[in-house]
Design a protein around this ligand. Structure first.
Ligand SMILES: C[S@@+](CC[C@H](N)C(=O)[O-])C[C@H]1O[C@@H](n2cnc3c(N)ncnc32)[C@H](O)[C@@H]1O
Length: 276
């Protein structure tokens, strides 16, 4: 398989099912495992791309649709949750200019370091800011941003409702949450939910589109719109290699997961909601 361009570490080379992107590790909780696995990822990118900014983006069609929907313009303030290498924040910073602000948060210190280095290389330090923080405890006052975005991140957060509440809290009235994420189209087998590797690979923590809409509504967002990007999900999440690797184990649990994946249980969507 060619170099993994997806946001999640599930390429055949770095499969969650083979070497597992989450382990072996000393992590005690699933979120620590997520932090550790993405920390390693950002640290290795930092070490290998010292001469040029990393151009890793999450699912490209959904990413483009998010920017299209956001329409970053001069003076706008935007927060990106789980900003990783900072590419999206930097793309936004270029458009909001010195009167605006593009802010990224991530709980991985290596991600924050990499994003700050990338901002420096692009001369955007004054406009782009990166803070180490957890998505369920944002270090910003209420009503701070015109828009809050996230790309393939909420699937990795255990308390999704709290994360969505936080997004809504820091939004100004009339501001929008624009996010794209992994979703499920059918009930996920228990073994899949409980697999740390698949959780870190963005699939194990996915919930249905309806659950997302319900949680966004509960967070105080209205006028919720969704756009289906399931078609690209299989390639982006390397689901064929996940299924292939699992088939080898021949356990009942592995068979259930492969069936679920092959029957199209995993999808992808863009979701948009407005704060009253
Ligand atoms: C799949 S990557 C996506 C990175 C980036 N948004 C992109 O699209 O390229 C998920 C990112 O979210 C971060 N992350 C996961 N859970 C988080 C949490 N609870 N709080 C803050 N950051 C989190 C990870 O450290 C990682 O950088």
């Amino acid at each position: 398989m060619s170099e993994d361009k997806s946001c999640c570490g599930t390429s055949a080379k770095e499969s969650c099912c083979e070497s597992s992107c989450c382990g072996p590790s000393s992590a005690t909780s699933i979120e620590e495992a997520v932090k550790e696995s993405y920390g390693k990822r950002w640290a290795s990118i930092k070490a290998t791309t010292a001469a040029q900014p990393n151009s890793q983006a999450s699912m490209q069609p959904a990413h483009e649709a998010l920017l299209e929907e956001l329409k970053p313009h001069e003076g706008m303030t935007v927060l990106d949750i789980g900003s990783g290498s900072g590419e999206t924040v930097l793309a936004i910073a270029e458009r909001v200019g010195s009167k605006g602000k593009a802010v990224g948060i991530d709980f991985s210190p290596d991600g924050i370091e990499l994003a700050r280095e990338n901002a420096k290389k692009r001369g955007l330090e004054g406009i782009a800011e990166f803070h180490q923080a957890h998505a369920v405890e944002l270090p910003f006052p209420d009503n701070s941003f015109d828009a809050v975005v996230s790309e393939c991140v909420v699937c990795l957060i255990q308390d999704k409702q709290k994360a969505l509440n936080e997004k809504a809290r820091v939004l100004k009235s009339g501001g929008r949450v624009i996010m794209h994420d992994v979703i499920t189209w059918a009930p996920m087998p228990r073994a899949m939910r409980e697999d740390k590797g698949l959780y870190c690979g963005c699939v194990g923590g996915a919930v249905s589109l309806n659950e997302y809409v319900e949680m966004m509504t509960k967070a105080g967002l209205t006028d919720i719109k969704t756009v289906d990007f399931t078609q690209g999900a299989k390639r982006m999440l390397s689901l064929d290699s996940v299924a292939k690797a699992l088939k080898k184990t021949k356990t009942k649990a592995a068979r259930e997961i492969v069936d679920f994946v092959n029957k199209g249980g995993i999808g992808y969507a863009l979701l948009i909601g407005t704060k009253k």
